[in-house]
Write a new protein. Structure first.
Length: 415
């Protein structure tokens, strides 16, 4: 129901803004909204079409792992921790293995693998859902953890910074100097998301079975981050790429070998899984177009700029520092559009310098936040969820905390 009001609010506020702009003499206001509306529909279809191949590929390999018993074994291995967060998911259920692989891919920054694996996990969770059109507690917890996903190193952001630094003539520039602050911000965001959902669902987090693996993950991440931090940016990015790609390809190879040893017809299993992937990708087109269209008209009406102006006025009125404001649009846009936020980040770096305070802050925000509305539309749309319950408020709360944390951490580290 909340998503319904938000979606409707995007359109009605955009129409009201365009009406006001027309009355004030801007004859092109409605034309801009129409252009944005049709372009967003095309973009939604293009995104879904691009996702089709990735879905077919990864769900094909997942089907091999499932028939080989590897997904079930992974689920049993992580059951002591996940059963605390997902009490409605039985021990050893395929959803546990799929969720673990998705969260691991997010940790390694492998977006191409994380999304198909996440959609597979959402499908498995849907098999346990007593109300197919309403999000279950487990589905909400999983989605919110994805919108606040812990990323060890923002590889794409570092690559963009390195490229811009070369164009701006910066010698000996360390493009990876933002990844420790980014790791800290994503950890804060994840903790907030986890706490918010746990409070609503009355999940006790202070349990040894849950805290122990989280502490181990934090220690491993910190050790790897510290090791990478001592390297030059390009070398760190290469190592991270090697670790991420090696982990995923090792898992695929393991699935194939175990499947062959257990006499699974791995080719037929892959084809069956790939067919499922195609169906899922087609099924999310309507949800994706609906969300992208609403966001597009909201932006085209100038309402995002108006929101930024109001925030700037409020910050100045409170007497707080305002030098972070040029990077703020990146955070607000990231909730709505990943590509839009990336464009704004590049614009900030080109305008103020990639090594400037706001340039670093924009990179931290881009690397530590998620496209909440996109994830909501794709993940819930893939299984036909219409009633999202408390998923959106919890995700937006985590986004807000993450944005504030990025600003505070940037001041602490770079000021």
């Amino acid at each position: 129901m909340i998503l319904n009001y938000v979606w409707l609010g995007f359109f009605l506020s955009a129409f009201a803004a365009a009406l006001a702009q027309t009355w004030l003499g801007d004859a092109d206001a409605f034309a801009r909204l129409m252009t944005a509306l049709f372009e967003s529909a095309k973009t939604g279809f293009d995104v879904a079409l691009g996702l089709t191949g990735m879905m077919a590929l990864w769900l094909g390999f997942m089907k091999i792992g499932e028939r080989a018993g590897m997904i079930g074994a992974l689920g049993r291995a992580v059951n002591p921790a996940l059963r605390r967060l997902f009490p409605g998911v039985p021990a050893g259920h395929p959803a546990q293995g799929a969720m673990t692989m998705n969260l691991s891919a997010n940790l390694l920054g492998l977006d191409n693998a994380a999304t198909p694996l996440g959609l597979k996990a959402m499908q498995e969770l849907q098999t346990l859902n007593p109300q197919p059109d309403t999000a279950s507690n487990a589905q909400i917890m999983f989605l919110v953890l994805n919108t606040a996903g812990l990323t060890l190193i923002p590889t794409s952001v570092i690559a963009i910074r390195q490229t811009l630094a070369l164009k701006q003539g910066l010698a000996d520039f360390n493009a990876a100097d933002i990844f420790l602050p980014t790791l800290l911000v994503t950890a804060i965001t994840l903790a907030c998301a986890l706490t918010a959902v746990a409070l609503v669902q009355r999940i006790a987090l202070l349990r040894a079975a849950l805290l122990a693996p989280l502490a181990a993950l934090a220690a491993l991440s910190a050790a790897l981050a510290w090791w990478l931090h001592a390297m030059p940016a390009q070398q760190a990015a290469r190592w991270m790429g090697l670790i991420g790609a090696g982990a995923i390809l090792s898992a695929i190879t393991l699935f194939l070998l175990v499947g062959a040893l257990r006499r699974v017809n791995v080719y037929e299993a892959f084809i069956d899984g790939a067919k499922e992937g195609f169906s899922v990708a087609v099924g999310i087109i309507a949800y994706l177009v609906a969300m992208l269209a609403a966001i597009a008209v909201f932006r085209a009406a100038g309402l995002l700029d108006a929101l930024l102006a109001a925030i700037a006025w409020a910050v100045a009125a409170l007497g707080l520092p305002t030098d972070f404001l040029p990077a703020l649009p990146v955070g607000l846009m990231k909730v709505l559009s990943g590509s839009g936020a990336r464009g704004l980040m590049v614009d900030v770096m080109q305008t103020y310098g990639v090594d400037s305070f706001v340039g670093k802050l924009a990179a931290i925000i881009q690397g530590s936040t998620e496209t909440t509305f996109y994830v909501l539309a794709v993940y819930f749309g893939s299984v036909g969820i219409k009633h999202t319950r408390h998923a959106l408020p919890c995700a937006l709360l985590a986004d807000a905390v993450g944005l504030v944390a990025a600003i505070v951490v940037a001041y602490f580290v770079f000021r």
